[in-house]
Design a protein around this ligand. Structure first.
Ligand SMILES: [Zn+2]
Ligand SMILES: [Zn+2]
Ligand SMILES: [Zn+2]
Length: 66
């Protein structure tokens, strides 16, 4: 462990990766083999922030606005 945060010091289950929230796929973490619950992540990203387009693809097929 190279860097310790408050949760590390307290021995809490947490993850230093960012949890990526997909619109139509399962949430995924930037850390490989992350087994930490979603709520234990400090950082949360929309998948569009990492160049994923599942949101747009899903919006077209699943929902038509207007
Ligand atoms: Zn930590
Ligand atoms: Zn994680
Ligand atoms: Zn996505």
């Amino acid at each position: 462990m190279s860097h310790q945060c408050r949760a590390c010091t307290a021995g809490l289950e947490h993850c230093h990766g960012a949890l990526i929230h997909h619109a139509h796929l399962r949430d995924e973490c930037t850390e490989d083999d992350c087994l930490t619950p979603p709520a234990a992540h400090d950082m949360h990203l929309d998948c569009s922030a990492v160049g994923c387009v599942c949101d747009e693809v899903g919006a077209v097929s699943a929902h038509r606005v207007g």
